[in-house]
Write a new protein. Sequence first.
Length: 343
Amino acid sequence: MIKLKKEIEEIIKNLGDISKSVEDKNVLVTGGAGFLGSWICEVLVEQGAKVICLDNLVSGLNSNISAMMDKDNFKFIQHDVTQPIFFDEQIEVVMHLASRASPFEFEKYPIQILKANTLGIWVALGIAKKHEAKFLYTSTSEIYGDAKEIPTTEEYRGNVNPVGPRSCYDEAKRCGESYVIAYKLQHGMDTRIARIFNTYGPRMRAEGVYGRVVPRFIEQALSNKPITIFGDGSQTRSFCYVTDQVEGLLKLAFSERAKGEVVNIGSDNEITILELAKLVNELTNSSSEMEFHPLPKDDPMRRKPDISKAKEILSWKPKVELKDGLLKLINWFKEKESGKLGK
Ligand code: UDP
């Protein structure tokens, strides 16, 4: 059985000294019921922070936070962060994660995505400014677009189509970064920007508009359905297991050395989508066939971060091998299917 509690303990162990600076801090997490948001809330709650989780729950993610609901140091507020909200208690850290992030959602909910990363970040920055709080923004590798510099450093300025199907996400996140820099310049705020590369792990969904490639392939392989490869599968991604990602994000949010920085957080282990499909098939002992579909417009051909900066300033690097992480997620999906999911 894959115990998420054990994974949370592992993250806390790897956070080392950072754990001490988290204890008793009042932390606001927007999008706190989402995939990464809920992992972050859970680690913070375990470490003794006082967590306020804000989420509009439009994606129906209540189950991600249900186990925290009865904790004294966890407060959930159902609220859309694009609308103003005021807090009586002092807030010391704001982490802005609220946003849909799946390419299928770019087509269906482009306006919500734009609002979460423009109006939403404006509200979140306003809260941080009023409370003189540290601010972490979860930006994305998508701000680089179809990058021509591989591995991609934080200096690379991007190759983005402003009117393409991914524009609502790419340009909104670029605008979000610009907001952060504006508040840092004009108000001298303590800000940090994470550029998150492809991440996978328990609590990701395979179905409908939420499905990203890893959970989709696992779900397809486990049910011996065809594995849907977009294009010829020669496009690449570099997949980071969720515990590594969450450790990186928390180190970036809390470490003194990270003040004002923009940092890539992800794995630099690049793999083609076809290789990923074959690996998932092998690890699940599946008899699924490969089924080729047209490549979506503007789908980036290669994605691999340069993570030297994260290694240097955060003393962080991803530790979970792709094969091991996939096996964990495969087990999690099997347990979910059989209704035996452990905490
Ligand atoms: N992909 C695929 N089959 C699927 C879903 C995705 O081949 O069923 C491809 C997609 O075209 C992209 C890569 O897998 O090249 C990663 O897709 P994902 O949706 O995880 O997000 P992205 O990295 O594009 O933001």
